[in-house]
Design a protein around this ligand. Structure first.
Ligand code: AHR
Length: 502
């Protein structure tokens, strides 16, 4: 196929917020215990954090990290996880049918965040708890001193307030699986009351209200309208969550998952703007796409799920998907979708970070390695700075069973006026044909190619695993060439590419 796009620094969509490259650490499976934290590991630092994992998280380039859940947070008592470790209670985690030892909590996680250089995005429990407990946590975290809760934090080893800016008002409250699941009306009311109280305590915080767990939820659209109807003046963001997987061998539809993400974002923007119009408000609500990834949920439901009244393991192997090249290509296209909407998606969290549907895997007492999805994230996070440009893409199309007729190629570009760097991210969804790309760069003036990296493989199901940790990765794409006012390059079938110009 062929595709053509135009780069012009005047065609600006919006500034790229660094929070778009966030991630998510949940107390789930081996994400925290036996993932980021493994005191006996040869690379463990004095606090028990694996330094090989810290190095990979830094290389990945993640900004804010959402914590501590996820479904986990809807049954979590934050008080359990602070104070002397020997006194912390062991609790059931009903979300993942596991045992939570509470050996890692706010203090330890915040110390780990300092090591990786990321910001904390903290979720409060609006499943089994409410306004009072959210206020207690905020006071404990953000008040300098002088009250029982602030002094308790100081006694627990943290003199200065944590100063946490981003707060999530619960998690996926639209999902019937969620502890304390509520109707949109009930949730909207408690979210509004909680948000108002939290702002009374600390007006500087930014608040995320729960949107839909996916665009396929039966309440999708109406949920956002009702929830924002209650909370429009109280919050800054509404969340979106989306996971994609190849189903029934339909790779063609799976490769087009970004089309679904585009429509999802645009529908939520339309709904938020509808509430804005009804309210006569001049405030704009943006999106925190705070869970997104490829996830083989069907595999989890069928194989991994833990049951039994006497069976509550600590840090079991859960949701340890091994990502293929095809998964990474879809993953890269999801990043393209997020960037295309940088004007309204101003925060996002890759779900998750280590071992659990993660770009980074570890083996207890063994190595840590990069999954296929690590590469598009790291490169996009590094190259996508400045503003998103609209690229006026003209591409051939193909038919999919799930999303109808969709473009074979998707692309987005970013431009950084300060450094003069321009980057283009592209995906070829064809399973059989190269895509011949022509990029009009006349409006950029005199620029050259700095680098072109492509992720592809003759075996689209190849993956990096414990026994073959470097099986897949990026390779320089030698096809790229600069002509008069144009760059041409070839994208192999099922591939993701990043092109850096300056
Ligand atoms: O990321 C795994 C789970 O997916 C999260 O706990 C939940 O919020 C979502 O359903």
């Amino acid at each position: 196929s062929t595709a053509r796009l135009t780069l012009d620094p005047h065609f600006q969509v919006g500034a790229i917020n660094r929070r778009l490259f966030g991630s998510f650490v949940e107390h789930l499976g081996r994400c925290v215990y036996d993932g980021i934290y493994e005191p006996g590991h040869p690379t463990a630092d004095p606090e028990g954090f694996r330094e090989d994992v810290i190095d990979l998280v830094k290389e990945l380039g993640v900004s804010a990290i959402r914590y501590p859940g996820g479904n986990f947070v809807s049954g979590f008592r934050w008080e359990d996880s602070v104070g002397p470790r020997a006194e912390r209670p062991t609790r059931l985690d009903l979300a993942w049918h596991s045992t939570e030892t509470n050996q890692i909590g706010l203090h330890e996680f915040s110390s780990w965040l300092e090591k990786v250089g990321s910001e904390l995005m903290l979720a409060v429990n609006l499943g089994t708890r409410g306004v009072a407990e959210a206020l207690d946590l905020l006071e404990y975290a953000n008040l300098g001193n002088g009250t029982a809760l602030a002094e308790q934090r100081i006694k627990n080893g943290k003199r200065d307030a944590f100063g946490i800016k981003m707060w999530c008002l619960g998690n996926e409250m639209d999902g019937p699986w969620q502890l304390g699941h509520r109707s949109a009306d009930d949730y909207g009311k408690i979210a509004s009351r909680t948000a108002k109280g939290m702002r009374q305590l600390d007006p500087s915080i930014e608040l995320v209200v729960c949107g839909s767990s996916s665009a396929q939820m039966p309440t999708f659209g109406e949920w956002e309208r009702v929830v924002l109807g209650h909370t429009y003046d109280d919050v800054d963001y509404i969340s979106c969550h989306a996971y994609y997987e190849e189903k029934d061998g339909d790779l063609g539809s799976f490769l087009a998952s970004g089309v679904n993400m585009d429509r999802f974002i645009e529908s939520v923007v339309a709904t938020a703007d509808h509430v804005k119009a009804v309210n006569g408000s001049d405030k704009t609500i943006n999106i925190s796409f705070d869970e997104w990834n490829v996830w083989y949920i069907d595999r989890f439901e069928g194989v991994d799920k833990i049951t039994g009244i006497d069976n509550w393991p600590v840090a079991p192997r859960l949701l340890e998907d091994a990502y293929t090249v095809a998964d990474a290509v879809v993953f890269g296209s999801l990043l393209i979708s997020l960037l295309k909407h940088a004007d309204r998606v101003t925060s996002a969290s890759l779900a998750q970070l280590v071992n659990v549907i993660a770009p980074i895997m570890t083996e207890p007492n063994g190595p840590a390695w990069r999954q296929s999805t690590f590469f598009p994230f790291a490169l996009t996070s590094r190259l996508a700075t400045g503003v998103t440009l609209e690229v006026k893409l003209e591409a051939d199309s193909y038919d999919t069973a799930v999303y109808g007729t969709v473009p074979l190629v998707d692309a987005v570009a970013t431009h950084d006026a300060t450094s003069g760097a321009t980057s283009v991210f592209l995906v070829n969804r064809s399973q059989t044909e190269d895509a011949l790309i022509t990029i009009d760069i006349a409006a950029l003036g005199s620029v050259g190619i700095v680098d072109v990296q492509t992720l592809t493989d003759a075996d689209v199901y190849a993956a990096n695993t414990l026994d073959a940790r470097d099986r897949v990765g990026l390779a320089a794409n030698a096809s790229a060439a600069v002509g008069t006012g144009v760059v041409t390059l070839t994208l192999p079938p099922v591939s993701w590419t990043a092109l850096a110009l300056r």
